[in-house]
Design a protein. Structure first.
Length: 327
């Protein structure tokens, strides 16, 4: 009974007050997550709960991923207005009409993980192996890692990570390309040994998950895009210094089926990852963005398009727009 009362109190803490006046002037937008609700999206939840989005004139639906449609596909198809993805650079290189808005973390949280018994002790050991991932294709970081180790892309096979993948089920587990704040925490809690290969050690110095929008949305509603970005970063700034409140919110409203201990571990990881940064929250360096696209183009053996690189970053687009006096 006390547990039920506790949940009700927690829900009341984050639900909008009943006397909050309805507003007909709010623009309804959808934020598409790349996964199910977890702590790595806490800043967006806090922006919602604290009313930052409403203050910006926005009625935001935060939608977790369902099915095979990626956030990039959802945004490009107009099913969502904003998305979060670690594949914004890759999709920009291949011509997807999207624009990066903000990077909450300046460093990629993704790693290649091999559990004990996988037979992978060095990166070179993945040659001829299957690599599991939540993405249907090998990401930028993994492509650069393999290139640095002299491993041809066609010598490894990418495969989707099964929803109920269990490395302790026996056999020889495949290596996994995953988020450092997810699977490694789970394995640590279960006492399963593993080794991590960090992309940064192999020259893949890229951003973490990128907040992005469609090029069409940015061009038609630049003020709305700016307002959404500002409100989201306000939410992140609040979440990072109020971890307990962030965990309470996620556990109560978004991921009640996840153990609180797991959410707390994820929250500490997220805070530590962002704390490594020495630039303003959300900042994307245009030069670093271009370098990432150039490196990826070289690894994927594709042409580099400077104009496309400019059009794939919102701040570069705004600068060009200002120069053309189209404010």
């Amino acid at each position: 009974m006390m547990a039920v009362i506790g949940v009700c109190v927690c829900l009341a803490r984050f639900c909008p007050a009943q006397d909050t006046p309805p507003r007909d002037d709010l623009a309804r937008v959808v934020l598409q997550l790349p996964w199910s609700h977890r702590m790595q999206f806490a800043g967006y939840y806090l922006a919602q709960a604290k009313g930052y989005y409403r203050e910006a004139g926005l009625d935001v639906e935060i939608r977790e991923r369902q099915g095979e449609t990626s956030p990039v596909e959802s945004v490009v198809l107009g099913e969502a207005d904003f998305g979060i993805s670690c594949a914004v650079l890759v999709n920009s290189l291949y011509g997807m009409p999207i624009m990066g808005l903000a990077a909450v973390s300046q460093r990629s949280p993704f790693v290649l993980l091999a559990v004990e018994g996988s037979g992978v002790h060095r990166l070179e050991d993945v040659r001829g192996r299957k690599i599991l991932s939540g993405n249907p294709y090998l990401s930028y970081e993994l492509s650069v890692m393999l290139d640095a180790a002299g491993i041809p892309p066609d010598s490894v096979q990418g495969a989707p990570l099964p929803p109920r993948w269990d490395p302790g089920a026996g056999g020889r587990p495949d290596p996994v390309f995953c988020h450092r704040g997810g699977l490694p925490i789970t394995l640590q809690q279960r006492g399963i040994p593993y080794v991590l290969f960090h992309p940064r050690n192999y020259g893949a110095d890229t951003y973490g998950e990128i907040l992005f929008t469609a090029r069409r949305v940015a061009r038609e509603h630049p003020k709305q895009v700016l307002a959404f970005r500002e409100a989201s970063l306000r939410g992140w700034a609040y979440a990072l210094v109020n971890l307990d409140e962030a965990v309470d919110l996620v556990h109560a409203l978004y991921a009640p089926g996840i153990a609180r201990e797991t959410l707390e571990d994820e929250a500490r990881f997220t805070q530590a990852l962002v704390a490594e940064d020495t630039v303003p929250l959300g900042f994307i360096s245009p030069e670093r963005w271009r370098q990432g696209l150039q490196t990826l183009a070289r690894v994927r053996k594709l042409p580099y398009d400077a104009e496309r690189a400019r059009d794939s970053l919102f701040d570069l687009y705004l600068a060009a727009r200002a120069r053309r006096n189209l404010r």
